[in-house]
Ligand binder design. Structure first.
Ligand code: 5AD
Ligand code: SF4
Length: 444
């Protein structure tokens, strides 16, 4: 008889962390761990952390403080810290929170069963923050819990770009691309479990160069052949790796959605150079032009950093100008936050907090307007919606458009997993509302 144990995983940060958190649960399932909804009563709690921006460490320690109280009531509870803060600050974590049992980085979680055995035997924390030579992906179990109508699949991990502000090359390590065969096998399993929309994940996903396909464009072609997979997306891309074949894939592969997340970070050549991005604003704009020529309905999303070291008022204005010129459907913008160990953290010309706040507010106001305008323009159109689950109100279902906008409409619950035409009635700042188009209503 296996004794049932409860596992609670809390994920912070990017979609890759969400994927990793799911895989940690898969690795632990054979040991008898079943998912728990909350840390209360759990036998193991994993905090899967993110180190990309500030306050990560403070957030972690405040969460650990709460868990410590739970552990006092339940001394057998195992507390683990995973992810990028664990990778970067393993020693500080065990020093400040000696009740933590395990600390492991993003490249070590396939070793969880062994770590659990060691943690339950030994006094003191088990720390695994090496980048092991053997590949994590080869040691992860096949299968695992289904992800749902939309699912994520990590195809590439790590980064060799070394943007001056970014911790990723230090926490996730060097670029690694999984072979096409393993990716296809995982995609087929996901499709068999009901996934229709597949998002390929990688810190530099468009630099994918794994065995078995010619670059990401070749991989997308192979994935488009997987029965059941109706939509393909990939994130996050670097402008330097957006090659002709990948641009053409947006034109030629119907499953590749007309939406692309392409971080630009700044619109100033001087700052782009300080950031070590390896491209200019002009290069980015020409790239957008080529993409839109290949796929005229392509919508773009981006990441912007406000107040990078060295940023002057004219650089900030150049960023606003680039945003105006491109017209983004959606975007993420952040105040620059010095990350320990990165070149930018030690640069001269750090920008004052108040200036960063003001610039970020200006950037966000512009991006908010662009997003609202993009959503408003959908009003009156007929849109192909992939239904993902129940909506907020009774009788309502929610889904997403090819451009990743959430849609709410009255629809039967059996529509989940199907793609149907929807008449868009209104565009809101963050979502759309609609009704099933005529032929669908009669069919339903
Ligand atoms: N400060 C602010 N934003 C950052 N990002 C990465 N590092 C930092 C930092 N030090 C942002 C970038 C990146 C996104 C994932 O997070 O815009 O594209
Ligand atoms: Fe970080 Fe730059 Fe690599 Fe993106 S490309 S993960 S921003 S170093």
């Amino acid at each position: 008889m296996t004794d049932k144990k409860r596992l609670f995983v809390k994920n912070w940060g990017c979609q890759m962390n969400v994927y990793d958190g799911g895989r940690m649960a898969d690795v632990l399932a054979p040991l008898g761990y079943a998912p728990a909804e909350a840390p209360e009563g759990a036998d193991m709690v994993i905090l899967n952390t993110c180190h990309i921006r500030e306050k990560a460490t403070e957030k972690l320690f405040s969460e650990l403080g709460r868990l410590r109280a739970l552990k006092q009531e339940r001394p057998g509870m195992v507390i683990a810290v995973a992810g990028c803060v664990a990778q970067a600050e393993g020693a500080e974590i065990t020093a400040r929170a000696p009740y933590v049992d395990m600390v492991f980085g993003p490249q070590s979680y396939h070793r969880l069963p062994e770590m659990v055995a060691r943690a339950t035997r030994a006094a003191g924390a088990v720390i695994e923050t090496e980048f092991p030579a053997e590949e994590k992906f080869d040691h992860l179990p096949e299968g695992g819990a289904p992800q749902g109508v939309t699912g994520f699949l990590t195809v590439q991990e790590g980064c060799d770009k070394f943007c001056a502000f970014c911790v990723v090359p230090y926490t996730r390590g060097a670029e690694f691309s999984r072979p096409a065969g393993a990716i296809l096998a995982e995609a087929r399993r996901m499709a068999a479990q009901g996934t229709k929309e597949l998002t390929l994940l990688g810190q530099n996903v468009n630099a994918w160069h794994g065995e078995g396909a010619d670059g990401l464009a070749g991989l997308l072609r192979l994935l488009a052949e997987v029965p059941g997979i109706e939509r393909l997306r990939y994130t996050t891309s670097h402008p330097r790796d957006m090659d002709e074949a990948l641009i053409a894939a947006h034109r030629d592969i119907p499953q590749v959605m007309p939406f692309l997340h392409l971080p630009v970070q700044s619109g100033s050549d001087r700052i782009l150079s300080t950031m070590n991005r390896g491209h200019t604003a002009e290069h980015y704009l020409r790239l957008v032009e080529r993409l839109r020529r290949a796929r005229p309905d392509l919508a773009l999303s981006t990441d912007i950093i406000a107040g990078h070291p060295g940023e002057r008022e004219e650089d900030h204005q150049a960023t606003l100008a680039l945003i105006r010129e491109v017209g983004f459907a959606q975007a993420f913008s952040f105040k620059y936050s010095p990350r320990p160990g990165t070149p930018a953290a030690g640069m001269a010309g750090q920008v004052e907090e108040a200036t960063k706040d003001r610039r970020l507010a200006e950037i966000q106001a512009l991006l908010r307007d662009q997003q609202a305008a993009f959503n408003a323009r959908m009003t009156g159109t007929i849109c192909e919606v992939l239904w993902t689950g129940p909506g907020r109100h009774p009788g309502q279902m929610s889904g997403r458009t090819p451009w990743l906008q959430p849609v709410h409409a009255l629809a039967p619950s059996h529509c989940v997993g199907r793609i149907t035409p929807v008449r868009i009635l209104a565009g809101h700042p963050n979502s759309l509302s609609g009704e099933l188009a005529e032929q669908e209503r009669t069919a339903a």
